[in-house]
Design a binder for this molecule. Structure first.
Ligand code: GAL
Length: 721
């Protein structure tokens, strides 16, 4: 008990390393494999068995202490680190790295009792009580102080522990609050963003419904109100809350980094439309983007969701690395190792061209959590899901969780060591996967090939959740997913980009439902096309500005000129309604009366009030081409449409001969390329390839035999690339 401040390195059992032993793991060509390990939930005799099993499975990284606050600080200012000392020593002795967590996602009962004002308040004004996790207000000074304190003592004690390979701050930031602390902070944030009340009144269009503010004190968070809330207020609250959570993260990160700049710091992103976190913006603040990914579909859509999550993570990481480099000209996004020599800080190296590393921090070993039940993953599916992430650049494959607990709220969530113990299918598959990851370690850090880019924007996602829109079926993320699915099925490698990111290298850029577009975003798209790029913009894009105010003069406002169209009216469709398209296929969810202003018609609506009017158009602009898609085509029509656009742009599928259901991803390194092939079908397939198959070591002359559900990773012979 008690905290030895600045404990000397080497004070941990028999470990005498003078530098941090495991954080160097990020420079090695190896894949990280493991998951959340919660030894505090088990008697110590289980720990030795756990670590022996980890060794058997070749686990090399485990998240530790993520919800252990009440065990680490059983009473205010009274610490118990003995157990964690022993846990970390055990890991170090066994060559397993720790992603050491700060436990701030779950304050102990004593904290909530002592600080009732730090408990969160819902939009309805209900104050929540202790009893689960994430029950705190991130704007409450008492919470922030307590979080800093526990992070600080952990930093002092463990920053040089040889097991510590990564700091894992908090868990899945996302909890929202509407208490008075939040309101005060919101007002200060708004003053910073808008500068004056006049500017805020203008941005929020407060002339509507008598909402004009004459004093900052009149503004609250968007609490439950009588009827439709103000869209500008809703949008700014999301942005504000993302920044508030980011500040809470950053103050912990700074303490951890100051204690030992060589250990990278991250926090795990939770993905979902409800999350008030701008993941791309946060990416500049982490040394490694970490995502938790739990597909929600049981059928093939789970694989499509997996591919999209991985492409998003890679896009965020690339965006973040670029933003860091722009903010600090001495940093070179593509050469983190060089930078480490200068200031001692070591962001995790990203790919050689772009920088920006990412890791699948959590996934479910054997379950898919789907509506109303848990679906058991079929044999081999765990490996395919993990390898789909690794193929798309994840620096490893991590799971929630190592050993299934026997009690607690999540007693039936999945684990690498399930309730049945290691004599189980899931643990046998874990051991197999550990071996596979070792065999393909040489792919770690290689660049993921992509000739197409898809735009993504957190704020557009938030704005399309507002009430009062022309349809309740509008989702930015859903539209990004639909475009990505079409390209995934067509076999094109896809990067995710943010408005403003460099896009010249892509043959095709797709902007699905980019509802909010600033003038800068419009200029970015225009310059891409003018310079020879091929652009596809879909319905809902460019309709509003960055304050969610509609751009007058005809839709799709910001992109009208580059697309050569002018839309006068929307025709949102009813649930289940379809509108036929000339040439086959249907449109769903939405249709528009598209007027031509320079564009040509590619597809017309074939029936209904819009019969004969343009549904899909194409426009020459400068040296490039811009397509507009004014409805959501059915999946097959969308696949064909984007295939046509991509081929016309000069893009090629990764492995044109790969049959439907076989996912192909290519990685490129300085001296080699690798083709990942994941057979998601229940039939064997033969896929053309040449080189060496790394899982078996077999030479591949002309084709790989992929068993049903099987995987292959081919180091390609130069001629095949
Ligand atoms: C994650 C979370 C974990 C655990 C897991 C269950 O989102 O970070 O702590 O709750 O879900 O699937």
């Amino acid at each position: 008990m008690g905290v030895p401040r600045g404990a000397p390195t080497g004070a941990y059992g028999n470990i005498t390393t003078s530098t941090n032993g495991r954080c160097g793991m990020w420079d090695e060509a190896r894949l990280r494999f493991g998951g959340d390990w919660n030894p505090e939930q088990w008697p110590e005799r289980v720990w030795a068995e756990d670590v022996a099993l980890m060794r058997r499975a070749r686990v090399n990284l485990v998240t530790v202490g993520v919800f252990a606050w009440s065990r680490l600080e059983p009473a205010p200012g009274r610490y118990d680190f003995g157990w964690l000392d022993r846990v970390l020593d055990l890991l170090a002795d066994n060559g397993v790295g720790a992603a050491l967590a700060t436990p701030t996602a779950s304050p102990p009962p004593w904290f909530s009792l002592a600080h009732p004002g730090a408990l969160p308040v819902t939009a309805d004004g209900v104050r929540l009580h202790h009893g689960s996790r994430d029950t705190y207000c991130a704007a409450a000074p008492a919470y922030r102080a307590a979080a800093r304190r526990i992070a600080g003592v952990l930093a002092d004690r463990y920053a040089h522990h040889p097991a510590v390979a990564l700091w894992h701050v908090h868990n899945e930031y996302g909890t929202v609050c509407h208490c008075e602390h939040a309101a005060v902070a919101f007002r200060a944030w708004l003053a910073g963003r808008h500068g004056s009340l006049d500017a805020l009144n203008d941005a929020w269009t407060t002339s509507f419904w008598s909402q004009h503010y004459s004093d900052w004190a009149q503004i609250s968070t968007p609490r439950a109100t009588q009827y439709l809330a103000n869209p500008g207020q809703l949008l700014d609250f999301r942005r504000f809350w993302s920044d508030t959570l980011l500040a809470a993260y950053a103050e912990q990160r700074d303490l951890l980094r100051a204690a030992n700049p060589a250990v990278p710091v991250t926090t795990n992103y939770v993905l979902g439309d409800w999350v008030p976190v701008d993941h791309a913006r946060w990416a500049a603040e982490v040394d490694l983007v970490a995502i938790d990914h739990y597909p929600s579909a049981v059928d093939g859509a789970a694989e499509e969701q997996t591919a999209l999550a991985a492409d998003l993570a890679r896009g965020w990481a690339r965006h973040g690395a670029r933003a860091r480099a722009a903010a600090d000209p001495t940093a070179d996004a593509s050469a983190h190792r060089a930078r480490a020599d200068g200031d001692g800080r070591r962001p995790v190296p990203g790919d050689a061209a772009d920088g920006g590393a990412w890791l699948l921090m959590e996934s479910a070993p054997n379950l898919i959590y789907t509506a109303g039940r848990m679906h058991t993953k079929e044999p081999g599916r765990m490996a395919r899901h993990s390898l789909a992430h690794v193929a798309r650049g994840s620096r490893g494959a991590m799971y929630f969780q190592w050993r299934a607990p026997v009690g607690g709220a999540e007693r039936f969530h999945s684990a690498l060591v399930p309730h049945a113990g290691p004599d189980s299918r899931v643990f046998r598959e874990t051991v197999e996967l550990g071996a596979i990851l070792d065999r393909i370690a040489e792919t770690d850090g290689a660049r993921v090939e992509a000739s197409v880019a898809i735009g993504w924007d957190a704020a557009s996602g938030w704005a399309l959740q507002h009430p009062g829109l022309p349809s309740q079926r509008l989702h930015h993320h859903g539209e990004v997913a639909a475009a990505h699915r079409a390209l995934w099925r067509a076999g094109f490698g896809c990067d995710v980009v943010l408005p403003g990111d460099p896009v010249d290298r892509y043959a095709l850029l797709v902007l699905p439902a980019l509802y909010l577009a600033s003038d800068a975003a419009a200029a970015w798209a225009r310059a891409y096309v003018a310079g020879g790029g091929h652009l596809v913009v879909t319905w809902l894009s460019g309709v509003a500005d960055e304050h969610a105010r509609v751009r007058a003069g005809g839709y799709p406002g910001a992109f009208r000129d580059v697309l050569g169209v002018r839309v006068e009216e929307f025709h949102p469709l009813a649930d289940g309604d379809e509108v036929p398209l000339a040439g086959g296929g249907t449109g769903r969810i939405w249709a528009e009366s598209v007027g031509l202003a320079g564009a040509e018609v590619v597809r017309a609506y074939a029936a209904g009030v819009l019969a004969g009017q343009p549904a899909v158009t194409r426009h020459r602009h400068g040296a490039g081409t811009a397509w507009y898609v004014s409805t959501r085509p059915d999946d097959e029509t969308y696949r064909r449409l984007l295939t046509d656009a991509a081929l016309a742009a000069g893009a090629a599928p990764t492995c044109p001969a790969a049959p439907a259901g076989v996912e192909a991803v290519r990685r490129r390194g300085a001296a080699a390329s690798w083709l990942f092939l994941l057979n998601h079908t229940d039939r064997a397939h033969r896929v053309p390839a040449a080189g060496v198959e790394l899982l078996t070591g077999a030479l591949v002359d002309t084709a790989v035999e992929l068993p049903a559900g099987g995987v292959a990773v081919v180091r390609e012979a130069p001629a095949a690339r």
